[in-house]
Design a protein around this ligand. Structure first.
Ligand code: HEC
Ligand code: HEC
Length: 178
């Protein structure tokens, strides 16, 4: 838990520093920040310095009585797991140019709500039934990072050809032409 939070923090820092690096001549090839509008990285830094520690007003899936500090810890973990920054899910207020955290204007916030509920169901209903003696504590539950691994969209996985099982007769879509 501790080390994962630390790792998420490092990731958040790494991405937060990217806007500075991208001023160099090297073209920025990494994806996550491409969604950010011009004003976004600045608002982003603002969010880091002045944490919005006011009581949340628009929680629909997280516990409504969550401590504001804990909420921010959870949010950092999401950002780290997806390799994004706060503005991936949170819309910028066009007047103030700051992130409007309670706003539901961005679709990704809605998707994230479904994902939070999904992850909870996986853990409560299914992972809780697994009592695997081989599992380390971190293996016993699913997190956003289990699937996302630093990508906003989980990467497609195709097993290497040599790992394929011998195809059944008539069911070999990837056969080499003779
Ligand atoms: C992957 C999407 C995602 C990312 C990234 C994200 N958030 Fe959130 N955030 C959400 C969702 C979803 C909610 C609403 C949860 C609910 O409905 O229970 C939320 C709610 C909040 C709230 C409560 C707003 C209110 O008053 O209701 C705050 C504050 C917040 N986020 C801050 C942050 C900060 C700061 C960051 C960056 C460190 C961040 N979020 C990154 C998805 C995200
Ligand atoms: C079981 C695997 C799994 C877990 C766990 C999971 N996700 Fe996802 N997530 C996906 C898949 C697959 C997609 C792509 C679905 C689609 O776009 O139709 C996705 C898409 C998303 C998107 C939309 C990304 C985009 O670019 O449109 C967001 C945001 C997101 N997930 C947030 C989260 C958060 C936050 C968590 C943890 C609370 C989480 N996910 C946990 C599998 C997962």
């Amino acid at each position: 838990m501790q080390s994962r939070l630390f790792f998420a923090g490092i990731l958040a820092l790494a991405f937060a520093s990217q806007p500075l690096l991208s001023q160099s001549a090297t073209p920025q090839t990494t994806g996550p920040l491409q969604d950010a509008g011009p004003a976004a990285p600045e608002s982003q830094n603002g969010a880091h310095q002045r944490r919005p520690l006011t009581k949340p007003v628009n929680l629909k899936v997280l516990p409504k009585d969550i401590a504001p500090e804990d909420l921010i810890t959870v949010m950092r973990r999401y950002a780290g797991a997806l390799g994004v920054e706060c503005n991936f899910c949170h819309a910028v207020n066009p007047q103030t140019h700051k992130l409007d955290f309670p706003s539901d204007a961005k679709d990704d916030k809605g998707i994230a709500r479904i994902m939070i509920a999904m992850t909870r169901t996986i853990n409560d209903q299914y992972m809780a039934q697994v009592h695997d003696p081989d599992a380390m504590p971190a293996d016993t539950h699913v997190t956003c990072g289990t699937c996302h691994r630093g990508h906003s969209m989980p990467e497609h996985f195709t097993p290497a050809p040599e790992q394929h099982h011998r195809p059944q007769a008539g069911a070999a879509p990837q056969q080499q032409p003779q």
